[in-house]
Design a protein. Structure first.
Length: 188
């Protein structure tokens, strides 16, 4: 069920990326999404120990050679990155997904998984405080946490959102003109 759900979410993410690209909208900063903190995890060790049990996590990085790339002992660490999102609009929005240009995967030896268990489709974004999202990152052990966060902020990762207070049905066709993207930055 989890694999099916993640597969559907991946298809939705791809469709949203194509729709946003087709409508020609430029990313903006109205959601004020920021990479704010990293905490180290043992996910990379878990994946390397049992790749068959972690196919969803492996697929979320979009790499054909995941095991080869990250298999070298102590060359990479896995982290949970916190993304703080604040709605700067005067209307409700629904965050649908996060997306990135796959050509930028591995920029500065930093790898971002654009899918996460903590990212509920249709996250309400009408609030005055902050909302925290959590995603997985794998990065070279040679990089400091500050360097990783800075690199993430330069990778062009965006929130895809639409105006409204209810998430669209997963099977519904979404008019591309209703979609917007907000770039996720890092301010050190």
């Amino acid at each position: 069920m989890r694999i099916l759900r993640n597969g559907v979410a991946l298809l939705l993410a791809a469709a949203l990326a194509l729709a946003v690209a087709a409508c020609g909208k430029q990313p903006d900063d109205t959601l004020k999404a920021r990479f704010t903190a990293l905490s180290e995890t043992d996910l990379i060790e878990q994946i390397l120990a049992d790749p068959a049990g972690h196919q969803d996590e492996i697929a979320s990085f979009g790499l054909d050679d995941f095991m080869t790339k990250f298999g070298e002992a102590d060359a990479y660490r896995s982290y949970m990155v916190q993304i703080d999102v604040q709605n700067q609009n005067n209307f409700d929005v629904e965050v649908l997904n996060l997306q990135m240009d796959v050509a930028k995967q591995g920029t500065g030896d930093v790898y971002f998984a654009a899918l996460a268990e903590s990212m509920p489709i249709g996250l309400p974004a009408k609030y005055s405080g902050g909302e925290a999202l959590y995603y997985t990152v794998i990065a070279s052990t040679l990089l400091s946490k500050e360097q990783i966060l800075q690199t993430l902020g330069e990778m062009g990762i965006t929130c895809v959102y639409m105006k409204g207070s209810e998430a669209p049905d997963m099977d519904a066709e979404i008019d591309p003109s209703q979609l917007s993207t907000s770039v996720i930055l890092y301010e050190g």
